[in-house]
Write a protein that binds this ligand. Structure first.
Ligand code: SF4
Length: 329
């Protein structure tokens, strides 16, 4: 038995991965890649079988953000030629929900740019979510930025199941990425979400000039934060953003990062998110041996691959869409 499979079995027996073991995953040689992934798959399969959860997102408000996140095409310092618009109307949000339902996406993510939502924007989302919950058995995830406790309570009351607010990177690397809010602001929002009884979703963006140690640290911070869902984005550097031209990742390393997230956060929903197609390339299917969830459709300001290609990939892998029409516990 490979040492990685042994480690995976230890994880299933309650072993908590140490920093050294986590770093070893990222430093493992490409020769060991399939064994590292096999271990990740042993863990993934134990908790999720061969099921894959699909998420679909709508960008309800684009650009016009005062923050300065270096990876983001919607920030105040980005020159990327993206579409900019204020929050879309309720009908548009509902149409997106219908599309998510048709695509067998179990979760519909309502995303808006900005530091945090105005009360008026929260009201708009609340009204849309109530109607979505009446019409479809979809889980709804909101991602609206830094949230106040009273806003979180309103979203919970409306039926929002989950709220996404990424840590993005390690505490140490955070100021390299943005200075308009702090790492602690991000942690605090995740705590506000938990306090409101909403399932916390918080993840990372890989490939922003962080060190391997940064990645291990953020994986461990997510473990401490107890995020139920961990989206793993791989930087798709957009021209016009400060990170323009950054291309540090290769598909094998991306797979090791997904494996790291699985070994460190064994029971959690690990989702391959933005940058999947660009960074994993032809190795995309292997990512699902560690992760158990993907986005279908487009991302915030970039396109995803055709949904039919995603469904074909799952069929080829012998994996099944986990389309349980229920609400998050
Ligand atoms: S990531 Fe969010 S907060 Fe940061 S610039 Fe983009 S839209 Fe604004």
């Amino acid at each position: 038995m490979s040492k990685w499979k042994e480690l995976a079995l230890e994880v299933l027996n309650g072993h908590v991965i140490s920093k050294e073991e986590a770093l070893e995953i990222l430093n493992s040689s490409d020769m060991d890649l399939l064994e590292v992934l096999q271990g990740a798959y042993v863990i993934r399969h134990h908790y999720y079988g061969n099921k894959v959860k699909l998420n679909m997102l709508i960008n309800t408000k684009s650009g016009l953000c005062p923050e300065n996140c270096g990876y983001c095409s919607q920030s105040s310092i980005s020159n990327a030629p993206i579409e900019k618009y204020r929050m879309v109307d309720k009908d548009t949000i509902l149409k997106g929900a219908e599309q998510a339902y048709q695509l067998n996406a179990g979760t519909y993510c309502i995303v808006a740019s900005g530091r945090g939502p105005s009360n008026h924007e929260v009201d708009q989302v609340v009204s849309a979510v109530k109607e979505i919950k009446d019409k479809y058995q979809l889980k709804v995830c909101a991602c609206l930025g830094i949230l106040k406790p009273e806003q979180a309570a309103m979203l919970k009351e409306a039926g929002v199941d989950r709220y996404n607010h990424n840590l993005n990177t390690s505490e140490n690397h955070h100021d390299f990425i943005t200075t308009s809010h702090t790492y602690q602001d991000r942690v605090d929002t995740v705590e506000v979400i938990k306090e409101a009884g909403i399932s916390p979703c918080s993840g990372v963006i890989v490939g922003m000039k962080e060190t391997k140690e940064d990645l291990v640290n953020v994986a461990m911070s997510l473990r401490v934060l107890d995020a139920d869902s961990i989206p793993v984005n791989f930087l798709h550097a957009i021209d016009g953003t400060p990170l323009e031209g950054t291309k540090e990742l290769n598909p094998r390393y991306c797979l090791k990062v997904l494996a790291l997230m699985r070994y460190v956060n064994p029971t959690k929903e690990i989702r391959i998110s933005g940058g999947r197609e660009v960074n994993l390339g032809s190795l995309q299917p292997l990512g699902l041996y560690a992760a158990n969830s993907i986005f279908v459709g487009d991302y915030l300001t970039t396109s995803g691959q055709a949904t039919t290609a995603d469904h074909q990939m799952l069929e080829d892998l012998g994996f099944e869409v986990d389309f349980v029409k229920e609400t998050v516990q």
